[in-house]
Design a protein around this ligand. Structure first.
Ligand SMILES: Nc1ncnc2c1ncn2[C@@H]1O[C@H](COP(=O)(O)OP(=O)(O)OP(=O)(O)O)[C@@H](O)[C@H]1O
Ligand SMILES: O=C(O)c1ccc[n+]([C@@H]2O[C@H](COP(=O)([O-])O)[C@@H](O)[C@H]2O)c1
Length: 211
């Protein structure tokens, strides 16, 4: 689909560990692309997510390769390596400041699952973060519906309302990277949970196995 030239300029930013990328992530990004007034989804793999201090299992380069296998060449989707290039702990507020400088005329939406929203009070500089973006939240299987009240301490009622209105609606997909890593470790199949190319990469690299 060609998007109208007159559409306001806006970016969807989808951060995550992607250890590995799975079909839940892909559904979320595509639903965001369809439902938000954005011209692109920027996938931002984290080096180390702040609330996952032990870091990812797969290396930066392996997670980037899996992302590329899954989304490279797909219209409307781009991978942003800013956090991997900086390495260390990836704070979203820093990434948003960088992207705001790169795209000063764009509105920024930061895409997260309901579990990430539930931890939002522990994020770095939540008030500054909400000055730079609107959160677009997606419900997560096994989690209660998103509770936006958590944002009230950090943003105006108008911004909280904008986040509510940006909620991404899609069927709940109960897949998590953690469960996929467990399945691989137990030699169970993940073939319908990730794209074939990603499944093959995990197998060839011996990723997530315990032996
Ligand atoms: N199945 C899903 N439904 C809704 N949101 C999801 C789903 N999977 C991931 N997300 C959201 O996508 C973002 C990136 O997720 P991440 O890469 O950490 O994957 P994950 O499956 O949550 O990983 P892990 O199981 O290792 O914690 C987070 O905001 C997370 O809440
Ligand atoms: O900036 C923070 O303090 C912060 C705290 C927790 C998570 N995040 C970001 O939220 C995204 C999803 O995180 P995760 O842990 O589910 O991979 C990812 O981009 C993280 O960098 C960011």
């Amino acid at each position: 689909m060609t998007r109208p030239e007159t559409m306001s300029q806006a970016l969807g930013i989808f951060g995550g560990s992607f250890d590995p990328i799975h079909l839940g992530h892909l559904w979320i990004a595509e639903a965001a692309y369809e439902q938000l007034p954005i011209d692109q989804v920027r996938w931002v793999p984290a080096a180390t997510s702040p609330l996952k201090p032990f870091g990812p299992v797969a290396s930066n380069s392996q997670r980037l390769t899996m992302l590329r296998l899954a989304v490279s060449g797909q219209s409307g989707h781009r991978i942003e390596t800013y956090e991997l290039d900086r390495d260390g702990v990836s704070y979203t507020v820093d990434t948003l400041a960088y992207l705001r400088d790169q795209f000063p005329d764009h509105t920024l939406f930061f895409i997260i699952g309901a579990d990430s929203l539930a931890s939002f009070a522990q994020w770095k500089d939540p008030d500054r973060l909400l000055q730079m973006c609107t959160l677009a939240v997606v419900r997560r299987g096994g989690m209660p519906p998103p509770s936006y009240d958590i944002l009230q301490d950090f943003a105006s009622p108008e911004k909280v309302q904008a986040c509510r209105e940006a909620e991404i609606v899609m069927p709940q997909i109960e897949i998590s990277s953690r469960e996929l890593r467990r399945r691989v470790a137990r030699s169970q199949s993940i073939r319908f949970h990730v794209p074939h190319s990603v499944e093959a990469f995990i197998r060839n690299e011996n990723l997530y196995r315990q032996d």
